[in-house]
Ligand binder design. Structure first.
Ligand code: ATP
Length: 195
């Protein structure tokens, strides 16, 4: 069984996240794609992060029409800092014998060597990396000994970030082209990011 994992804060999940998944779904024959919202992201601590419940619900809405995708409550239920190493170990137990892949954008790839037990993470899964911005560099010299553990995608990037969406909503700008329609409606109904 081939399982892909996409971890993130997803505050909110946007069309860049979907594009990342769709690019690799088109390249690889995954049996399951797990979207795993973090509880507390180890790399990106900031004030005012939306609740786990809101982020989980938005992920479900963002991916509900993508085949083989499930949203996993694993990290939100576990609480504390969400280390991908722990998540991968839990998934290996849940799906013994599976082949695992970790989807990520270039920003995560560039700092991947700072992740908790990154060498063990690389033993557990291959990294599937997409550019976030046209000019993105996809090299990381520290990781070069592990180059057989990466798969790069050459598709055009979808240039958006959750930070950009939060700021636009706060400024009253239109973000409908950057989000799945149901996520857009959810943000409006729940008045997220407007203050
Ligand atoms: P923020 O702006 O709040 O830091 P973000 O847009 O980077 O959020 P995350 O939820 O932190 O979103 O990202 C989860 C994963 O998705 C990361 O591996 C990140 O690199 C990747 N990702 C996010 N946006 C894109 C994008 N536009 N294209 C490709 N990958 C992306």
């Amino acid at each position: 069984m081939k399982i892909a994992l996409l971890g993130g804060t997803f505050d909110p999940p946007h069309l860049g996240h979907r594009k990342l998944c769709e690019n690799f779904i088109a390249m690889m024959d995954f049996d399951l794609i797990l979207i795993v919202p973090t509880y507390i992201p180890p790399h990106k601590i900031r004030e005012g992060i939306s609740s786990g419940e809101d982020r989980f619900t938005m992920c479900s809405l963002a991916f509900e029409d993508v085949e083989k995708v499930e949203v996993s409550p694993l990290e939100i239920d576990r609480g504390g800092k969400s280390f991908s190493y722990d998540t991968l170990c839990a998934l290996k137990e849940q799906y013994p014998g599976s082949e695992m892949f970790f989807l990520m954008g270039t920003d995560m790839f560039r700092t991947f060597h700072e992740w908790y037990r990154y060498e063990d993470v690389l033993a557990l899964c291959k990294l599937c990396v997409c550019r976030r911005y046209e000019e993105d560099d996809v090299t990381n010299d520290i990781l070069s000994p592990f180059s057989d553990r990466f798969i790069f995608c050459s598709a055009e990037p979808f240039e958006v970030s959750s930070t950009q969406i939060r700021e636009k909503v706060k400024n009253g700008e239109d973000v409908s082209a950057l989000l799945a329609p149901k996520v857009y409606d959810y943000i409006k109904t729940r008045k997220l990011y407007s203050k």
